[in-house]
Design a protein around this ligand. Structure first.
Ligand SMILES: Cc1cc2nc3c(=O)[nH]c(=O)nc-3n(C[C@H](O)[C@H](O)[C@H](O)COP(=O)(O)OP(=O)(O)OC[C@H]3O[C@@H](n4cnc5c(N)ncnc54)[C@H](O)[C@@H]3O)c2cc1C
Length: 530
């Protein structure tokens, strides 16, 4: 039985305490805590026909691909907040499979650097590659942990409001801001001038979508730390995440709708009252949470004026959208085993291309040059349940950066009907990506049974990010200084959640759900459940 209902066929029944816009990890975490811990009846409204935000999968021609999850850290661990929170949310119904000792392979031409599970293992492997950089590697990991430690207070401050916030804010933010205010490159250059080491250490930069010269060291450090204890993948595929978390929410009498696009957030006397849907129907509740991203919320959904609008809007305009991507989804009529597909991800960079900023700038100026980064994931090899669900088949995901401007000429066209020139452009990009991955996986050549390329227009179409951005607001040093990326908004009863409030990544977005629900209830809802 489906846990969600289609808004096209059915409508919500009864009264709700909270309406949530979007069903991504921020929203479903807040919905779970508010319904199960705080006893609220919640209504989740999701625009897409599939729930879960970027945790959703799509199925075509007998294959299944993940859209916005390729690997996760921490959730497989018995200890630690993330694992315990996840176990509570899914009622202990979700199993995780580890990727193994090696989770990422950072590749420059034919040089391969492995990232291995466990702090000592990770450090020792890197010291093996760079024996003259032992001290820099130790100091680097110390800084990653220093940042992680400071992050706890920094993010928890976001749940505060009024006098407690005024009293505690400076103290809770200052240690984090001291490091987040610097770029990743700035911090790494203070440790070493070895460009090759810097290139390797930042080999996961695609996980937050910003090169070392642009990204905040805070974002870099949090991603590094997230995977240091190994990486995992949900058994049964990524749709299990939403499925297992939604069930206990529904059991409280709450409701979840897909095909439910919110058109406007209704204000009255400057207070939020509810939402107006694309079909014109209106739904009311004492509180509304938007998990659709701060730009979407304030540029598209809030249409009436509100208190302090000018100053707030200026701060919103100072926040830029993150980069956008193309993804090539490949299907094979052979098992992962017979194709020799492994679990670790490949991060492929140009030969000797240790300067990621240079590679990206060159590519943006001339798209014909080498791709600045190609990420390759092997979902069918990661999921131990895959052979049962899709016997004799396998899939590979290939991702690289691609600016929205390349696809702007087709803005406003309809999905699957964007025209021959669009298809020809996609075909050219697909062929280039295929040629590249055949260099590293020659056994796949001649065996591709299905391929299709998603573009930033697909991300716009299915997840509503205006520029097809991959990770919401970009993770620069400025982002972390912004005072508005928090649950409270200037509009009474309207709250924000999702990756813009904490950081991108399922872990970051789920923490935002905890923070938003706690801010609304004025108490830490994690206490007692983990
Ligand atoms: C290609 C890609 C790969 C990724 N890989 C990983 C990974 O391996 N590991 C990891 O941890 N993270 C990964 N991420 C990041 C992660 O998926 C996101 O950071 C996370 O899903 C963001 O969660 P969110 O709560 O902000 O909501 P989102 O997942 O962004 O969902 C927001 C939802 O709101 C809905 N919505 C928007 N407007 C409306 C409206 N008007 N009415 C109703 N609904 C609306 C959208 O349709 C969407 O479903 C990846 C992301 C991408 C794009």
């Amino acid at each position: 039985m489906s846990l969600t209902k289609s808004f096209k066929r059915e409508k919500p029944t009864g009264n709700f305490d909270v309406i949530l816009i979007g069903s991504g990890p921020g929203s479903f975490t807040a919905a779970s805590l508010l319904s199960r811990v705080a006893g609220k009846r919640v209504l989740i409204l999701e625009k897409h026909y599939t729930p879960g935000g970027f945790t959703h999968v799509f199925k075509r021609r007998g294959f299944e691909w993940d859209v916005g999850i390729h690997y996760l850290g921490e959730f497989h661990r018995e200890k630690g907040m993330s694992g315990r929170l996840m176990r509570y949310l899914c009622d202990d119904q979700l199993r995780w499979e580890e990727l193994g000792e090696v989770y990422d392979k950072i590749i420059f031409g034919q040089e391969v650097y492995e990232f291995k599970k466990g702090i000592d293992n990770f450090k020792d492997t890197l010291k093996g590659y760079f024996p003259e950089e032992q001290e820099a590697i130790d100091r680097y990991i110390d800084l990653v942990y220093q940042l992680q430690f400071a992050a706890r207070d920094f993010f928890m401050e976001k749940a505060l409001s009024g006098i407690p916030r005024r009293l505690a804010s400076r103290r809770m933010r200052k240690d984090f801001l001291a490091l987040s205010g610097k770029s990743t490159l700035e911090v790494l250059r203070s440790l070493t001038d070895n460009q090759k080491l810097i290139g390797v250490l930042t080999g996961q930069y695609g996980d937050y979508g910003l090169t070392p010269g642009q990204s905040s060291f805070a974002m870099h450090a949090m991603v590094v730390k997230h995977y240091l204890n190994g990486a995992c993948f949900p058994v049964g595929g990524c749709e299990q995440i939403f499925e297992t978390i939604a069930k206990p929410i529904i059991d409280t009498g709450s409701e979840i709708f897909t095909n439910a696009a919110v058109e406007e957030i209704i204000l009255s006397d400057g207070k939020c009252k509810g939402v107006r849907m694309e079909d014109g129907s209106e739904w009311f509740a004492p509180a509304v949470i938007s998990g659709a991203g701060i730009h979407n919320t304030f540029r598209k959904l809030v249409k009436e004026s509100f208190k302090d609008q000018e100053a707030y809007s200026e701060q919103i305009e100072a926040l830029n959208a993150s980069a956008s991507h193309i993804a090539l989804y490949l299907g094979f009529e052979e098992s992962s085993e017979s194709l020799g597909l492994e679990r670790p991800n490949f991060w492929i960079y140009p030969e000797h291309g240790y300067d990621h900023d240079h590679n990206l700038n060159r590519y943006l100026e001339d798209p014909e040059v080498d791709f600045p980064m190609i990420y390759v994931s092997f979902p069918s090899a990661k999921d131990p349940d895959w052979p049962r669900r899709y016997p004799g088949k396998s899939t590979v995901d290939v991702i690289t950066m691609a600016p929205y401007t390349w696809f702007k000429p087709w803005e406003g066209t309809r999905w699957m009907k964007r025209g021959e020139d669009y298809e020809a452009f996609k075909e050219k990009l697909s062929k280039r990506l295929l040629d590249k991955i055949f260099e590293y996986l020659p056994q796949l050549k001649g065996k591709v049974a299905h391929y299709e390329l998603s573009t930033p227009l697909s991300t716009h179409n299915f997840c509503s990010y205006a520029q097809g951005e991959i990770y919401g607001i970009e993770h620069t040093p400025e982002r972390f200084k912004s005072p508005i990326l928090r649950p409270h908004t200037p509009i009474k009863n309207l709250f924000l959640t999702g990756q813009d409030i904490v950081t991108c990544g399922i872990g970051g977005a789920m923490l935002s759900g905890v923070i938003t629900a706690s801010a609304m209830q004025k108490k830490n809802l994690l206490k007692g459940i983990i």
